[in-house]
Design a protein around this ligand. Structure first.
Ligand code: MG
Ligand code: MG
Length: 251
């Protein structure tokens, strides 16, 4: 069942989602050669707890971090480590969830470290734009699969590929609620979008082939061909006025 939330509940979902947006922006500004993925994680946890929030991923099925930090060919679910030192030319996906006031917020960004090649910049830009195009499909009366279709169309038109093994999700009083939101597919299928649904939309895009595998740590998903992967995520409410991006950075 897909839960439809009241205007009051959506209002209450702003706090955790805005907190994630604010922390992600600060983390993105911290990213530089020489910074470790654990440096980012420690700072994220500190900022979350100072705001009275609980890191959502830490302890989730045993995940050890506040952040998922996925570098280069890592697609999602990378584990923070003081041994992972960022260097110029890398890209890092930072995914963060928190619980605050009974509700969850979830968002992700991929940022370049120092100078990256033009093709890498293009991967980030196309993935982020695919998310924007997906969000534009979040309309009352639209269909769930319109979201993934928009991602796939944009990504494949630019020569990149959509990762299939991981999907977006409903979010609210649980981190992962129904429905699952694939980033590919034909339009006009699946549940009809209704006012009050809250969706975490998160395209994961590979520069090469889309297949992934999970490393021996049991978490880190990497592209099988070793190509770079990007990941952007926003939590979005369906309103009668269109999509309300709860994780949009404060203006
Ligand atoms: Mg996330
Ligand atoms: Mg998510």
């Amino acid at each position: 069942m897909i839960i439809c939330r009241s205007a009051n509940e959506i209002e209450r979902m702003k706090a955790p989602n805005q907190l994630v947006a604010t922390i992600l922006a600060k983390l993105a500004a911290m990213v530089a050669p020489g910074v470790t993925t654990m440096d980012l994680d420690a700072q994220a946890e500190k900022w979350a707890r100072e705001a009275g929030a609980e890191p959502a991923f830490k302890g989730y099925r045993g995940f050890p971090g506040t952040l998922c930090v996925s570098v280069n060919d890592e697609v999602v679910h990378g584990i923070p480590s003081s041994a992972r030192v960022l260097k110029s030319g890398d890209i890092i996906s930072i995914d963060m969830g928190v619980k605050l006031g009974g509700f969850y917020g979830d968002s992700a960004v991929t940022v370049p470290v120092g100078d990256v090649p033009a093709a890498t910049t293009s991967l980030l830009k196309v993935t982020n734009e695919s998310l924007a195009r997906a969000i534009a499909q979040v309309q009352v009366g639209g269909r769930l699969s319109d979201i993934g279709h928009a991602v796939q169309q944009w990504v494949e038109a630019h020569g990149f590929s959509v990762v299939r093994e991981f999907v977006g999700h409903g979010i609210g009083e649980a981190l992962h609620e129904e429905p699952q939101i694939p980033n590919y597919g034909k339009p006009g299928r699946g549940p009809t979008l209704a006012e009050g649904m809250v969706l975490a939309i998160e395209p994961m895009v590979a520069m090469g082939r889309p297949e992934t595998k999970v490393l021996k740590d049991g978490w880190t998903a990497v592209t099988r061909d070793g190509s770079l992967a990007a990941h952007f995520e926003h939590t979005v409410a369906v309103t009668k006025d269109g999509p309300l991006v709860l994780t949009a950075p404060a203006a």
